[in-house]
Design a protein. Sequence first.
Length: 237
Amino acid sequence: MEAIAEEKVVSEKTKFIAKTYGWMALALVISGVVAFFTATSEPVLRIVFGYNGKVIMGLCILEIVLVFVLSINLRKLPAAAVTLLFLVYSVLNGLTLSSIFCVYGFETIAFDFGAAALMFGIMSLYGIFTKRNLATVGKYLVMFLVGLIVISLINFLLSKVLGYDISAVDWIISVLFIIVFMGITAYDTQKIMNASKYANSEQEEIYKKLSVYGALQLYLDFINIFLRLLRLTGRRR
């Protein structure tokens, strides 16, 4: 009986992890398709990046709001709403990501996407198989990430307002961002592994919400690694 119960737990755990990565993959496909369609459609491109940048700014703000809504209200929202918001987020992110097709060549994007996938995969596997508790490391990484974001904003102001050349600093910041998000990938993966212990497909609402939210975290980790790699190594048109 114990062997059967243990086998059932392992099966549920595997199913949960597969579902989480499945949602993440679906979001990446949606974002990629939307980004490519937007970049190759001049009317849509004009709308997204027109009106003195007001539309793209609004989309970016809406993306941030959606992430906060999902993070804060995960327990209150029904599974259908969580899934819908996640899919809407992937579409919005596809619209904002369309700019990379205008700035970088397709070969560059494909190469850096593959490199990001490899880096993400390695750290995700580390998060799955490591016996080390990454909770403390993860908290420090998040704090370090906040610091990097603040420094990035200061550098942006220095370059745009005062006209300083911050290319060297920007290069260092991009490297640090990649390192931090690789660490956070392992941390988030371990959190998902821990959540899978409590996931039960019979409790459909909780099961689906946990897998979708886990997919959002992994999706954000991957996208940030990818974008920083593009910034670091991508050849601009």
